[in-house]
Design a protein around this ligand. Structure first.
Ligand code: PLP
Length: 432
């Protein structure tokens, strides 16, 4: 199975986190997001253990909460003593509602409005990750005006393409996020920051990408970031306390993706960084990474009910389900791959080639093309899409006025709703 929390029981039903998806569909309805809370906690502990082993006290993982953001998720992160990253006032509001200690939050975004800046300072957000000069100057003014000093990291772009072995790919220098080291703008921004009131420069941040499988991406990142910090020390006498490498380790969506041994990779990154710091005669700063996908993706499974099976002889076949791009826009957005399994005929051979499509009035409403289901697949059956814990619920919409599914947490053999199903009344709640 694509993920170790998926199995099949004697009745031929798919089980997720040991629970029969047919029973769960019966109890909570479809479409349905299932999230294996035990798995989320395991993933957090994997990072925490790996960080402690490799970096000792001087490192912490921060859950990138855009991957899946709702109140209960921040409770889990609070209980697991994770840091978090947030990217909007809405995520800050949600985290605060969960009682998350906001001094452990990093606030991203390439456009923080004045309202966002004030809101985040009011909420006691620990660190702003400042994206550029406009934000820096405004934050300095707003913080100074209230006599505050806001801790910040500067977001820089090291010019690394995470998916090739090119050491420097200038394509990444033109990112909409951060300021480039290569152009000298990052240096200028550090220099400017050190002259401003109301902000305290604690370190730097970079995010090289997502779904990273290449072994040495973070080593190559370190090869650029650590010498940059040494240069800032030599030129401006600035010592970075924190170095944040952003998110990124990949998870397998389909068998051919392979897996990442996160614990081993982090060990290698730590060894590489320690050696590099020694050669630069600098102390390794407190190290942060911001995993999102690799914390929640494999903790998710979406359950749909089939409404129609359409065979177009000589062309193709469609299986239509009761959800679609409204609950999972990732194939429509960027062609993401997914593993699809039958929910109640999981023991039957899957040799019926079809496209799994949603119910929206949109030809692009495809959950996954060219998948195989049992030939007996029919209206009323359950179909499950694996590895949907990240960027599914958080990207969901109400296109076609389709209510969003509930998020049901599976924990210790039990199940409970963490987000309830939207009602039709919810859909018109804002309409005046
Ligand atoms: C999206 C993002 C992450 C998380 O990336 P994953 O691939 O989900 O691990 C972390 N940091 C920043 C700044 C991001 O934009």
């Amino acid at each position: 199975m694509i993920s170790k929390n998926i199995s099949v029981n004697e009745a031929g039903h798919l089980c997720f986190a040991g629970q029969d998806v047919c029973d769960l569909a019966e109890r909570f309805g479809t479409p349905l997001y299932l999230l294996d809370e035990d798995r989320i906690r395991e993933n957090c502990r994997l990072y925490k253990t790996a960080f402690a082993e490799s970096f000792g006290e001087k490192a912490a993982p921060a859950y990138a909460s855009k991957a899946a953001s709702f109140v209960h998720m921040y409770r889990v992160m609070r209980e697991e003593e994770m840091c978090i990253d947030v990217v909007s006032s809405g995520e800050i509001f949600t985290a605060v509602k969960a009682g998350f200690p906001m001094e452990r939050a990093f606030f991203h975004s390439n456009n923080k409005t004045d309202a966002d800046i004030l809101y985040a300072m009011d909420a006691g957000v620990g660190y702003f990750v400042v994206d550029g000069e406009d934000e820096l100057v405004r934050l300095s003014e707003l913080a100074s005006a209230r006599g505050a000093v806001q801790k910040i990291l500067l977001r820089v772009t090291p010019g690394i393409d995470p998916h090739t072995y090119e050491a420097v790919n200038t394509g990444m220098v033109d990112s909409k996020f951060g300021v480039a080291i290569e152009t000298g703008q990052a240096r200028e921004l550090v220099k400017l920051t050190l002259t401003l009131d109301g902000v305290s420069l604690e370190g730097v941040h970079c995010h090289v990408g997502s779904q990273v499988f290449d072994e040495d991406v973070y080593q190559r990142t370190a090869d650029i970031m650590l010498p940059f910090l040494a240069q800032m020390r030599d030129e401006f006498g600035f010592t970075a306390k924190i170095l944040n490498f952003g998110g990124g380790y990949g998870v397998p969506y389909v068998q051919s993706d392979g897996t990442v041994d996160i614990r081993a990779r982090i060990g290698e990154v730590a060894a590489h960084m320690k050696a590099l710091c020694e050669s630069l005669s600098m102390e390794l700063p407190f190290f942060v990474m911001e995993p999102g996908r690799s914390i929640v993706a494999d903790a998710g499974l979406t359950v749909y009910r089939v409404g129609a099976v359409k065979r177009i002889p000589g062309y193709k076949n469609y299986v239509s389900v009761d959800g679609g791009m409204t609950d999972n826009p990732r194939y429509a957005l960027y062609g993401s791959k997914y593993t699809v399994l039958h929910g109640d005929k999981a023991n039957e051979p899957a040799d019926f080639l079809c496209d799994l499509v949603g119910r929206c009035c949109e030809s692009g409403d495809i959950i996954q093309p060219k998948i195989c289901l049992p030939a007996s697949t029919a209206r009323g059956d359950l179909v499950c899409v694996c590895t949907t814990g990240a960027y599914n619920y958080s990207m969901a919409s109400n296109y076609n006025r389709i209510p969003r599914p509930p998020v049901v947490m599976l924990r210790d053999g039990g199940a409970f709703e963490a987000v309830r199903r939207e009602t039709f009344a919810d859909l018109t709640a804002l309409d005046l």
